[in-house]
Design a protein around this ligand. Structure first.
Ligand code: CP
Length: 298
């Protein structure tokens, strides 16, 4: 199967094609009929957007969805992943997995003949970034040469944004506190992919926000680090996406957040509800981007 474990599994032209298809699907210009195709959802972690948008996307494409809740399958009782993968691919046509371990996705991909989609892991969130790029494209009509600034934890979102921006020719700046910077291996990977743009990692949120076209943020503690949330607040405070940082960005800049948001922490209520916010379109675009992705792998 053709897997999407990392955004780097896509070539630049493939991302462009997916975004074009997503726009056509959103405009109702193309239709698919994947009767008798089944998508499995194996989510080890709670989800609103990813779960609902994948489910609705598959239904709108004419196919079916089965929820493989680990607590009601043998997955939570220790059946080896290599066995589970070789059974599920006899029933399903595509499998989306949300897991705390990228290695688990890789094992599924190795042992399964159907496409495996990363629906969020400790390393990346590629489906989210497809929707983010679609939102940027809708707003600016282009991606090349634009600058996206990500403020906050150098986490899975920072990783996929770096790779995604590099692949489409956008400049990307990651502004994170010291000790919360992105994985250096992913930074190197993004720099190698960025043939026509810059990848910058800094601890200066103001400098990073200057003249940016997109200001992006995400929760300050996630993926099992939620217990550190209180301790992180003072460290991350300067990285809050607020009207002060918006004022430093390009006058036409937009604000994005993958959600769920903690208002008053990583983003202010004012920015979330302000004129420059495209956060609700961004959430909607999960549906269109994943429909395009499912159509392309099916
Ligand atoms: N952005 C995102 O992945 O949201 P959910 O965790 O609700 O799926």
């Amino acid at each position: 199967g053709r897997d999407l474990l990392s955004l780097a599994d896509l070539q630049p032209n493939e991302i462009q094609e997916l975004l074009t298809l997503a726009q056509q699907l959103k405009a109702g210009e193309v239709k698919f009929d994947f009767q008798r195709k089944t998508l499995g959802l194996l989510f080890r972690k709670a989800s609103t957007r990813t779960r609902v948008s994948f489910t609705v996307a598959m239904h709108q494409l004419g196919g079916h969805v089965i929820d493989l809740d680990p607590s009601v399958t043998q997955v939570s009782r220790g059946e080896p992943i290599q066995d589970t993968a070789r059974v599920l691919d006899r029933y399903l046509d595509v499998l989306a997995i949300r897991t705390f371990e990228q290695a688990e996705l890789e094992t599924f991909a190795k042992f399964s003949k159907i496409p495996i989609i990363n629906a969020l892991s400790d390393l990346e969130h590629p489906c989210q970034v497809l929707a983010d790029l679609l939102t940027v494209l809708e707003n600016f009509g282009t991606l090349k040469g634009l600058t996206l600034t990500y403020l906050g934890d150098g986490n899975n979102m920072a990783h996929s944004l770096m790779i995604g921006c590099a692949l489409v020719g956008m400049n990307v700046r990651i502004a994170s506190p010291k000790n919360f910077t992105p994985d250096p291996a992913v930074v190197s990977q993004a720099k190698a992919l960025a043939t026509n743009s810059e990848v910058i990692v800094t601890d200066d949120p103001k400098l990073a926000s200057q003249a940016a076209h997109v200001l992006y943020t995400d929760v300050w503690a996630s993926m099992g680090q939620e217990s550190e949330a209180e301790d992180r607040i003072p460290i991350f405070q300067p990285y809050q996406l607020n009207s002060e940082l918006m004022a430093l960005a390009d006058r036409d800049a937009i604000a994005l957040h993958c959600l769920p948001a903690h208002r008053g922490e990583e983003i202010t209520d004012e920015v979330m509800e302000g004129d420059q916010s495209r956060i609700w379109d961004e959430a909607e675009n999960r549906l269109h981007a994943q429909k395009a992705l499912l159509a392309s792998v099916l």
